[in-house]
Ligand binder design. Sequence first.
Ligand SMILES: C=C(O[C@@H]1C=C(C(=O)O)C=C[C@H]1O)C(=O)O
Length: 206
Amino acid sequence: MKQQIVNFPITFPITLTGQWQSPRTLGFSSLSTPLKDWLLDEGSLTARLKNHCDNFQVKIIGEQQQPCSAAESCDLIKVGEPVLVREVILYCDDVPQVFARSLLPLASLTGEEQILANLGEQPLGQVLFNNPSLQRLRLELSSFDSNSSVVALAAKLAAQHASNSSLVKASTIPKQELWGRRSIFMLENKPLMVAEVFLPDAFAYE
Ligand SMILES: C=C(O[C@@H]1C=C(C(=O)O)C=C[C@H]1O)C(=O)O
């Protein structure tokens, strides 16, 4: 079922509080093979989604410079360090596929990487995966239940769709839990954090 591109405002920031764990943790072995395949794909999510649809779009929820929170800090991005927070929704043929929240340390946005501060609706992955120095240092997984901000976002997107289309569709909270991954990248030896959550209608759950 085609969904309309969401008429923003979806209020920034959505934020993302996950129980991030290594994929080797036992709880993930029960996930479906297709979902695990999407979650653990080492390539560009942008490139893979583009291969699945005719019209790929990045819709920006917001971008803002903030101090890195304790909840999102790690060994490479410290608490209080100034980061550019970028939240987007990735669409395939008007269907929302992914909510992404990226933390781009200002200290990493130097030299050629300054372009990451002015991406607009160009996908972050298009810049990252065109740089041969890119390394994905670590990848963690998390589920998100009905109390999470990303499930609330998914319900808003469903309600937006219902209000934009002739179909009368109750804006229910998505029934299944959602799954996401969080990566630490090194680009020209400078760290970036990218978290991506597959939304209810994503190919990852098919
Ligand atoms: C990191 C990638 O970039 C994608 C695009 C993003 C953006 O434009 O903000 C954020 C996360 C990714 O889903 C990728 O394609 O793998």
